[in-house]
Design a protein around this ligand. Sequence first.
Ligand SMILES: *Cc1c(COP(=O)(O)O)cnc(C)c1O
Length: 453
Amino acid sequence: MQTKIYLDEENLPKTWYNIQADLPSPLDPPLHPATGKPVGSADLAPIFPMELIGQEMSTKRDIQIPEDVREILKIWRPSPLIRAHRLEKYLKTPAKIYYKWEGVSPAGSHKPNTAVPQAYYNMKDGTERIATETGAGQWGSALAFATSLFGLECTVYMVRSSYVHKPYRKSMMQVWGAECIPSPSPRTASGRAMLEKDPDTTGSLGMAISEAVEDAATHANTHYSLGSVLNHVCLHQTIMGLEAREQLAMVDDYPDVVIGSVGGGSNFAGISFPFAGDILTGKAKGTEIIGVEPAACPTMTRGLYEYDYGDVAGLTPMLKMYTLGHEFVPPALHAGGLRYHGDSPIVSRLVHDGIITPKSYLQNEVFEAAEIFARTEGIIIAPEAAHAAKGAMDAALECRKTGEAKTILFCNSGHGHFDMSAYDAFHAGEIIDYECPDDLIKESLSHLPKMRG
Ligand SMILES: *Cc1c(COP(=O)(O)O)cnc(C)c1O
């Protein structure tokens, strides 16, 4: 009975998969926040290195992973693909459940998969410092790790509610040499404006993005970096799906269902795009691809597919994506990494085209699933990852009803060792099942940017 499927280090993928090559028509371009015109390389040059700008817009299918990046990824990659035998047994399902285990990275999630190449391209470009935002602290700690390996400075604007409730993520950033600032902060003009409006604000990812972008745009030696949403981030994460497809082939298998949690969409993109590409190019059909989000921040399931800003202040380009409106402030969810008002433009496009099926869950059912996972498979997973685990369990229970022996693959995006207070709250019965009211969504969507023409 094989449990772990390992790829050899020499079989670590040499290229990332760019799904833009296989979309039936090009993505709607990002638009400049002031002019409403498509954004060009020159607009992005003050905040991103050229290589990443190129990847953002590229329609080349296979993009080389630099050897220096592969060498660092080898610290933990290829990551294991694990067959959840005990969970299958518990669920009494004929389905096979596999999960791609990303908790083995130094920061404990999938996020270093893009932090390392982003830090590398910035180092090559002569960047001295990178500014970024972080929600739950996962991205900040991943970038702090990556920048430390390339000798770059790192400034992280951390959503205030997480800064207060997740002190150990901040400690990790400090160990890796980064500066971590609670956002909104007096450090930036946009932060000061937000504090003036509401001095007690718990912050949001959108606010923190405004601060980090402003920091990068106003300092010549500083670039900005984003841990999700953008095309190049999704590109770097495809290493997970490419490995998983190889690993499943080693046991003569291919998934019928692929599942990931969706915050900005990067881990889901990473696990699913190689399989979505197989659908788009006619190599596979019938693969169900499911993106899971929290009911409290229901971007894909209840938002609109429209142009919107990536941040609260409206400093970022407008992206065509599923959005709840850039002014949407989600409740202080325990899956902090899933609190973003928008989603990856590519994931959004594939949802719109019917290739991806979105789904949402309430918090308590997600924690119940996380606990079942811990008590069968042993691993205490991040609340974000638990959304995907819950999706996989539901797919497996469906198989119990129909008698189908489907192959289910999900992205187990990280461990939950710094989320124990959330597990404590679950045990104390303090987790609230919050479903976002229609009025709130409607009000927030009424502030979408007005499109010209
Ligand atoms: C950040 C994070 C997520 C959500 O972000 P995506 O960009 O949607 O992947 C999910 N799981 C974990 C463990 C995370 O740290």
